[in-house]
Design a protein around this ligand. Structure first.
Ligand code: HEM
Length: 469
């Protein structure tokens, strides 16, 4: 017997789902939890179902994924991303995914890691100069800058050329515009009247011209750099040997650029914030980094040794998953856990609430990296942790992101102290990704000003410098 589906009854009789709309992260991780693992939010024009049930998630994202397309919110993104991997569907998506997947295999990532390391070292050098004296910085801005530089370098092998900086500016503005179109659909006609849409189109046209020029330049090269653009350009269909056309190349490059930094950047900002509130975790993290790396930048082979660093990253993304939810729409009517779910309704997979379920996590609302000890991980079903989604549409950049975060986090905590400004509010803002609403303002200072590196480590550094001469 299937019990009746719980329906949320909000305080606002005109918009009963208002609380969910205003802050879906807060709603699903607090009030929503008392409604169970599958419930409905009443809206006038659409049926919206929220789920944290692992069976239902496996049904939608894995077993019956062909019956589920991405929800309408993603379709707005097509105005900027075209039909890249994030926004594509069906056969065309499958074909593109098969072409691009090999570019993210381990051997390829090892090549990209070298470029990541160069950007990270340059950034750390720059940050050291800017914090000669303890300096207050917004960590979200800092992390956005370094992760954008990493994605630009690994995608185009370019360092901050003026036109690249302008392309970055356009992407940020475009994202703001598309978020507004999605969250305030009633204002869309106004954007056509007040010139905002025209401005967006003009920006995107300029952006596309730059991108096509980069592609032409790359095509003409005999010695191509080892980056993601070359990977896209040289990808061939296994059956037909066909390459991507210019439009597909453009859409995939923009998609990797857009999908490839804000999520990692928000993840790192949350983690640095959490570490500033948990000195004991920070100390254990530093012990590992000091022991494994001393004063060096990690190389690719050393990443698996940074096990506690990885636990900290996973735990940070458990509490504040940068992609806090996934939306899907059934193409045909379906039954989920015995409940009818009509075509065109919205399935909201509340990742953040899955991550805070006491059934899977001993201390669901606390920052407790032991949740990811090898023993604890073995005991938990795989879907109980899904910051990168699940099923065939799982994030293609998950290993890229994890190695980037390991690299940056290790380098940052080794060199700097981060202290949250007293009284600074840190609140989650769920837009496309989950970001801290008011940024994370922190006093940043050199770590060794107060604490000298251990003698063994200093000797190690001197030896290394001598041997490299
Ligand atoms: C912490 C960092 C990241 C998080 C939390 C994250 C999260 C996600 C999630 C949850 C999805 C699935 C969305 C869905 O099913 O609707 C996804 C898809 C995707 N991500 Fe990521 N991502 C991250 C980093 C990256 C990076 C670094 C790249 C590229 C360099 C990337 C590229 C993509 C692409 C292309 C897709 C679409 C895949 C497809 O549908 O075939 N992501 N990401």
């Amino acid at each position: 017997m299937v019990s009746e589906l719980p329906v949320f009854k909000g305080r606002n009789p005109l918009i009963p789902g208002a609380e969910f709309l205003v802050d879906p992260f807060k709603f699903t991780t607090t009030r929503g939890m008392s409604l169970g693992s599958f419930y409905r939010i009443p809206f006038l024009f659409r049926k919206v179902f929220v789920t944290t049930d692992l069976e239902a998630i496996a049904h939608v994202l894995q077993r019956k994924q062909k019956n589920y397309r991405k929800s309408f919110a993603y379709r707005n993104l097509r105005l900027a991303l075209g039909y890249g991997l994030v926004t594509n569907e069906g056969e065309s998506w499958f074909h593109q995914r098969r072409l691009i997947q090999p570019g993210f295999h381990k051997a390829k990532l090892e090549g990209l890691f070298v470029a990541m390391g160069e950007v990270a070292e340059r950034y750390i050098g720059d940050l050291r100069q800017r914090t000669e004296k303890p300096t207050v910085l917004d960590i979200t801005v800092e992390m956005m800058k370094v992760t954008a530089d990493i994605v630009l370098k690994t995608l185009f092998s370019t360092d901050n050329k003026a036109d690249i900086a302008e392309m970055y500016r356009i992407m940020v503005d475009a994202q703001d515009y598309l978020v507004d179109r999605t969250t305030k659909p009633h204002l869309v006609p106004f954007y056509y009247l007040n010139g905002r849409h025209r401005h967006f189109r003009k920006d995107m046209d300029w952006f596309d011209r730059q991108l096509y020029a980069l592609v032409d330049e790359r095509r003409a090269m005999t010695q191509r750099p080892n980056d993601l653009l070359t990977m896209l350009l040289e990808a061939r269909d296994a059956d037909t040997g066909e390459a991507m056309n210019d439009r597909q190349l453009r859409d995939e490059a923009v998609t990797l650029f857009a999908a490839g930094h804000e999520t990692s950047s928000n993840g790192l900002s949350w983690i640095l914030y959490l570490l500033s509130q948990h000195p004991e975790v920070l100390q254990s993290l530093r012990n590992e980094v000091d022991t494994v790396l001393g004063d060096r930048t990690p190389n690719f082979g050393e990443l698996p040794k940074l096990t506690y660093t990885m636990q900290v990253i996973k735990e940070g993304m458990r509490l504040y998953p940068p992609a806090f939810a996934i939306g899907r729409e059934p193409i045909e009517d379906d039954l989920i856990l015995g409940h009818p779910v009509p075509a065109g309704s919205v399935l909201f997979i509340a990742i953040a609430a899955v991550h805070r379920n006491p059934e899977w996590y001993e201390r669901p609302h606390e920052f407790y990296p032991a949740h990811f000890s090898p023993e604890a991980e073995k005991e938990r079903p795989r879907l109980a942790y899904m910051p990168f989604g699940a099923g065939p549409r799982m994030c293609i950049g998950n290993h890229f992101a994890l190695m980037e975060m390991q690299l940056l986090l290790a380098m940052l905590v080794r060199r700097f102290n981060f202290k949250l400004l007293p009284g600074h509010p840190v609140k989650p803002e769920p837009l496309i990704t989950l970001k801290p609403r008011y940024g994370v303002r922190m006093a940043v200072e050199h770590r060794w000003r107060k604490e000298r590196p251990p003698v063994r480590q200093r000797i190690g550094c001197i030896k290394e410098k001598l041997s490299s001469k």
